[in-house]
Write a protein that binds this ligand. Structure first.
Ligand SMILES: [Zn+2]
Length: 209
């Protein structure tokens, strides 16, 4: 019997904005790069324990590498299973953690820059859910579609995303989760030139149909 599942929710996030939502175990998030070439900062907390978050560092340990493959498990800081990467056609994301921010923009771009960065937008999104800003941890940031290579000489090579219009990554929840996603507007090659939206589709559990 073919498997069917229901689209429960769909939210499109404009550049320079963030959105947040909840998902329960067994449901899936599909994050779609609507026009291609766009990076997003994705974070997640246990719905029932603010101290437990998606942790890139511990997931790298668990997967013995930083380029997570389709089928890999994403772990929390308490080494619990949080997500499974159930579908990932591009396979190119960055797992070193961290966000752009207004602080970073002032350092790298203009000391008088007042544009919000991803961290600022994610903190505001969390506050809408009465989650205090300090629960946003740099180690929890999974940088979707961000294309960075670790070179043998120890440096990073920042490259444009390879994602094309409609490319996506799909994550199946292994626990009940609060997630947030920002659409980055940092004006470097790493984000191509024109910021474009991302869309988050939430699907129910698969069932025989
Ligand atoms: Zn950003």
């Amino acid at each position: 019997m073919p498997k069917t599942r229901q689209l429960l929710d769909s939210v499109t996030i404009r550049p320079g904005m963030a959105a947040t939502g909840e998902i329960v175990k067994g449901q899936s998030l599909r994050i779609v790069d609507v026009d291609g070439g766009q990076i997003g900062d994705f974070v997640a907390l246990s719905r029932d324990d603010r101290t437990e978050h998606l942790d890139c560092t511990y997931t790298n340990w668990a997967n013995l590498g930083w380029r997570w493959k389709q089928g890999a498990t994403i772990f929390t800081n308490h080494m619990n299973r949080m997500w499974v990467i159930s579908d990932d056609p591009t396979g190119v994301h960055f797992t070193g953690g961290g966000f752009c921010s207004n602080d970073a923009r002032r350092l790298f771009l203009d000391p008088n820059d007042e544009t919000k960065g991803c961290r600022d937008c994610l903190e505001e999104a969390f506050e809408e859910r009465n989650i205090e800003r300090h629960w946003l941890r740099a180690a929890s940031c999974f940088n979707l579609f961000m294309n960075i290579e670790y070179l043998p000489d120890g440096s990073w090579d920042s490259r444009p995303p390879i994602s094309k219009a409609g490319d996506y990554i799909e994550l199946r929840a292994e626990m009940d989760i609060v997630w947030a996603l920002s659409v980055c507007v940092i004006p470097f090659e790493i984000n191509k030139s024109d910021p474009t939206p991302l869309r988050v589709d939430t699907y129910g559990s698969s069932s025989a149909g």
